[in-house]
Structure formats: structure tokens, C-alpha cells
Write a protein that binds this ligand. Structure first.
Ligand code: UD1
Length: 423
């Protein structure tokens, strides 16, 4: 159980390399199950969640080697079961459901756990795959799907543009008989990366990036090499941290075109945020101004940057109103921020943030990946030394977080918490 000790006050400056996108790499790794042979992925972030997905793939019988690149040999898929121990560590493990059903006609996946940010159901995944001919039952904490006669194309209209459901259906549909149409599909850049990967492998997909995706099933997949797109959420986190400390940072390789609304919001609160060929340059000299924002599926403002933005707005000039539309319990970290002197009141899925002129260090906890990043951002601009407990949440999603912050001039130190011996 590591904790972070953060001494507030240092302005972040310099440049920081942005890693590959967690939310893309995990899906590409699952999709590699479709192609017998060696898939090679580069720019996979070295984070705990990707290690968990390696374990999931190994459990299914794939050979995985991770040096500079990640090589997945899914020649022999021997098992169709993703166990609770792995799925409870990382909800994205359920993304093997679509590929396993497509390749083996069967999948047994433990019901997911993952970040505690709302009920996070999987009904849309299940209903989509059922429309394609799969049958599901659940017993003893496992969801079991079978498709004895294979999967067939169908028209699937999602109630909500769920990222995971769109991806699971898309991975199943590329190998199904006939044409699948996903209506009200998600449009996240990570989903476009997955579609590109599937197309390189032999899949036929149209309309990615729009609400209607059309997929022509085919049976012939070959393994390919693919590089993961840069992580827009890591880039956004460093951009917000830079603004919170009145700093100036270049986010190397960040894709400005994946961050339009985030950069627009940072500009609105007074920052200079410019996309260049090398990445994105962000700087803020004065105190941020209050801004309102609502989280929405892409291209809306990402829910995965809501906690970090709330930390920044807690020291803004004026009152901001934030509306969370994607996850129902994503304000749980607000009590932690308030313990540092923030003035935030929540009512349902709205939060009112009255900007205070400073935050003060207090012991706080990282409640999930992004809430943990938000606490570190608050600590970077607080008076004194803040201890952020439970950093393992943050390690699930950020590669070399400590080293990157140190290289930008932050005063941070990781402390290993040893469990007291019981004698
Ligand atoms: C992905 C991202 C996560 C991000 C989220 C929204 C990964 C590994 N995770 O999560 O970081 O915050 O997109 O951008 O890529 N829902 C249902 N039924 C379902 C599926 C979803 O009701 O079957 C609901 C969820 O409870 C949630 C909303 O839809 O309220 C959005 O979830 P979804 O887009 O599926 O997020 P994930 O794919 O789980």
C-alpha cells in the first residue's frame, strides 16, 4: 500500500512524454484473441491494468511476452474462462467476452468489479451479443455465454453509447456471419483505434467515429503490428496539473485533436492551450477563472477528467457548476477535496464549486484512478505536505506518475507502507 507525499507550491515546467492510451491498449490486447498467431503491440503503457490484462490472456492460454513491444501469441486459446480474481481487479477484463464468443463459441467471465464509480452494469454488452445469437446464463458469480451455432449479424441499438458495449459487440461482429449495425455507438478515439486494428487484421468496419457503425463479418483474421494511440486522459491530467500550479508544460505526443473540448475549457479558464505537431503546450500564469462543464460521451467533456478538473476549479476565482452525466457515483472524492479546504457541494449529479484562494494539506485517500490523480493535483497547489493514501489506484492508470511529476519540478515522494507484523 503506497502513499504519495506531495509538497505543494512548485510550478510544473518542462516537457513530459505521454504514454499509450490505457483504454485503447486493453481492448487491443483482448482483440488479439481473434487472430491465431503473433500480434505485436507497441506503445502499450506499463501500468497495472495492462499487467492484469496480460494475466487474463495468459489464463486463456495465450503466450505473452513484454519487452519493448507486447507480443501476444493467441495461436491456442485453451480456456474460455476469465476468473474472479482477475476480473474483480479490473473491469475491462469483460472485453474478452466478444472475442471469445466469436472465436470459441463460448465464454465464462466473472461478474466485474473495478473502479467504484457507480453501478456500471453490463446489460448493454449482454443484450447486444444476445441479438447476435449468443445465449447467456449467470451462476455462482459467473456470466456464461454460448453461441453453439456461431454469431450472426444484427441491428443493435444501444440505449446509451457505452464504450465497452460498442467494443464488445464490434469485436464479436467482425467475425460473425453477415452484417451488424450498431446504432447510438460510442465515438471515443480509443474505439477508433480498436476499429483500425481490427481492420488491419482483416475486419470490415464502416462509420467509426459516427453514431452508426456497420460491420461486415468475415472469418479470416491475421495477426498484425499496431501502435497504441497516446492517452488523452493522461495528457489531460498533466494539463490540468500544470494549470493548478501556474506552470508551463509541453505534453509530448499528446493528440490535440482528441482533446478539443478539454483544451477549450482550459482556455476558457484562462490558460494557453495549443496543439502543435509535437504535442500540446499548456500554461497558466494567473489564478484560473471559474467555468461550468458537463461530462458527456465523446466528443463531450470526458468523465475521466472530471475529478482532476474539479480539483483545479476548487481554487478558481468564482463559482463553477459541474454536471456528471456518465457515472452516478463519481462525486465520492468530493469529501476528500473538502477536507483540504475546498468548498464543494453536490446535489445528485450536480456539483457547485465555490473557488477558495488556497487549499491546505491534509491526509487524503485516492478512491479510484482519476479521483487519486485529482487528489495529487489538489496537493500540488496546497499549502504544506499532503499524504495521498492508496496510490495503487493511480498506479492502475498512470505510467511512471511519480517520475514524470518529479521531472516537471514537483516535490513528490512515494512511501512504501509496510503492513505491521502480527507478533
Ligand atoms: C470506459 C472507460 C472508462 C470511462 C468510460 C466512459 C475503459 C477500460 N474504461 O468504461 O475509463 O470512464 O468508458 O468514458 O475503456 N452502462 C450500462 N450498461 C452497460 C454498459 C454501460 O448501463 O452494459 C452505463 C454505465 O453504468 C455508465 C455508462 O453506461 O453509467 C457509461 O459506461 P461505458 O461507456 O460502458 O464505460 P466503460 O466502457 O465501462
Amino acid at each position: 500500500m503506497d502513499r504519495f507525499l506531495v509538497t505543494g507550491g512548485a510550478r510544473l515546467s518542462g516537457s513530459v512524454p505521454i504514454a499509450g492510451a490505457k483504454n485503447s491498449a486493453l481492448k487491443l490486447m483482448a482483440a488479439a484473441l481473434l487472430a491465431p498467431g503473433r500480434t505485436v503491440l507497441s506503445n502499450v503503457p506499463r501500468i497495472q491494468d495492462c499487467l492484469t490484462m496480460v494475466e487474463v490472456l495468459q489464463h486463456l492460454g495465450a503466450d505473452v511476452a513484454w519487452e519493448d513491444d507486447l507480443t501476444i501469441d493467441a495461436g491456442a486459446v485453451l480456456s474460455v474462462e476469465a476468473p474472479y480474481e482477475l476480473v474483480s481487479r479490473m473491469r475491462a477484463s469483460i472485453l474478452v467476452l466478444g472475442p471469445l464468443l466469436a472465436r470459441c463459441g463460448r465464454a465464462r467471465v466473472a461478474m466485474p468489479g473495478g473502479c467504484n464509480i457507480g453501478s456500471r452494469k453490463i446489460d448493454l454488452h449482454v443484450r447486444g451479443l444476445e441479438k447476435m445469437g449468443a445465449r447467456f446464463s449467470s451462476e455462482h458469480g459467473f456470466l456464461e455465454g454460448v453461441a453453439p451455432r456461431g454469431l450472426s449479424g444484427a441491428i443493435i441499438s444501444l440505449d446509451f453509447p457505452s464504450v465497452g458495449a460498442t467494443e464488445n459487440v464490434m469485436m464479436a461482429a467482425v467475425a460473425a456471419r453477415g452484417t451488424t449495425v450498431i446504432e447510438n455507438a460510442a465515438r471515443e478515439p480509443e474505439l477508433s483505434d480498436l476499429a483500425e486494428f481490427l481492420q488491419e487484421m482483416g475486419g470490415r468496419i464502416d462509420g467509426v467515429g459516427t453514431p452508426t457503425i456497420e460491420i461486415e463479418g468475415t472469418g479470416d483474421f491475421h495477426p498484425v503490428r499496431h501502435s497504441v494511440i497516446p492517452d488523452r486522459i493522461e495528457a489531460g491530467t498533466f494539463a490540468i496539473a500544470t494549470c493548478a500550479t501556474g506552470g508551463q508544460v509541453v505534453l509530448e505526443r499528446a493528440r490535440g485533436d482528441h482533446m478539443d473540448l478539454v483544451l477549450a475549457k482550459l482556455t476558457e479558464l484562462g490558460a494557453d492551450a495549443v496543439a502543435t505537431e509535437a504535442g500540446v503546450a499548456v500554461g497558466l500564469e494567473d489564478r484560473p477563472r471559474a467555468v461550468d462543464f458537463v461530462t458527456l460521451p465523446y466528443p463531450g467533456f470526458p468523465t475521466d477528467l472530471q475529478p482532476q478538473m474539479m480539483a483545479l476549479l476548487s481554487v478558481a476565482e468564482g463559482t463553477s457548476i459541474v454536471t456528471e452525466n456518465v457515472f452516478e457515483s463519481r462525486f465520492m472524492f468530493v469529501d476528500e477535496l473538502n477536507r483540504m479546504g475546498a468548498d464543494i457541494r453536490t446535489e445528485g449529479h450536480h456539483a457547485v464549486i465555490r473557488g477558495v484562494d488556497h487549499l491546505s494539506a491534509a491526509p487524503v485517500r485516492a478512491l479510484d484512478i482519476r479521483a487519486g490523480a485529482a487528489m495529487v493535483i489538489a496537493a500540488l497547489c496546497a499549502d504544506g505536505v499532503t499524504a495521498v493514501e492508496d496510490m495503487y489506484h493511480v498506479d492502475r492508470g498512470y505510467q511512471d506518475f511519480e517520475a514524470k511529476l518529479l521531472s516537471l519540478g514537483a516535490e513528490v515522494r512515494r512511501e512504501r507502507q509496510l503492513t505491521p507484523a502480527l507478533w
